[in-house]
Design a protein around this ligand. Structure first.
Ligand code: ZN
Length: 246
């Protein structure tokens, strides 16, 4: 099975389209979307519709903190994020809101676990940004490969049989072997709001046959998305960060 793993789309139609086009020619059997379909970006309805289509075709999807914040007043989002969620609520149909409300927090399948943030207490939306922060996910799960998002920067960690966790450099475009003697946690980069200094849409391909994880980056028209953010009256900082990739 070859999975295309997408996360943190954040209502960015141009980035989502670019990633789907890139994945289309790569022999993907199944899509997995790790949450935050909406928030920050100007095309929430379009992105939820695409998610629903992917789900109808068998995609895995889990819930992100921005998806959860739809319709909730008490979510712990920063000011800009909250402003966009309030704007987003008025732009989603009841059916689209139901798609987001129906997403589970985690999805386990075979020796894989899909989750938006840290796998321990996934509803607390903890960021996996270091080997130390990766450790609790390995402790609570027996999955051989855990895949998450939320950080918006691609990262890779592994855990040996003694429970020691190590970080690995992510070489974009290289098929990274997930040695069977270890367990792995891949933090997948964001489709729609990359924060590692490159304004490129991120996703990854997990190949169960060859047991390899390939992080990919795809150019997209971030200037158009930024223009739409401004035209919608959303915070300017959310537009400028898209073209800088920060
Ligand atoms: Zn996010």
């Amino acid at each position: 099975m070859r999975y295309a793993v997408l996360t943190d789309i954040h209502a960015n139609r141009e980035a989502f389209e670019a990633v789907l086009a890139d994945a289309a020619g790569r022999g993907i059997d199944r899509y997995a979307v790790l949450g935050d379909i909406v928030g920050y970006g100007p095309d929430p309805g379009w992105c939820v519709e695409r998610l629903a289509e992917l789900q109808q075709a068998g995609a895995i999807a889990v819930r992100g903190n921005h998806d959860r914040a739809i319709g909730l007043a008490d979510s712990a989002l920063n000011q800009n994020a909250r402003r966009v969620i309030d704007w987003t609520v008025d732009r989603l149909t009841a059916a689209q809101k139901a798609v987001l409300a129906g997403l589970p927090l985690t999805h386990a399948e075979g020796d894989l676990l899909f989750v938006h943030a840290s796998a321990n207490d996934p509803q607390d939306w903890l960021y996996v940004t270091s080997a130390q922060h990766a450790m609790p996910s390995f402790r609570v799960s027996t999955a051989r490969v855990i895949l998450c998002g939320h950080v918006h920067r691609p990262q890779l960690f592994s855990c040996d049989t003694a429970g020691r966790v190590t970080g690995y450099p992510v070489l974009v475009g290289h098929a990274l072997p997930l040695l069977r003697s270890r367990r792995w946690l891949g933090v997948i980069g964001s489709v729609g709001q990359p924060r590692d200094g490159a304004p490129l849409a991120g996703y990854a391909i997990l190949d169960e046959g060859s047991n390899e994880l390939t992080y990919r980056r795809v150019p997209y028209d971030s200037a158009t998305t930024a223009r739409k953010v401004r035209a919608a009256g959303l915070p300017d900082a959310l537009a400028s960060r898209l073209v800088k990739g920060i």
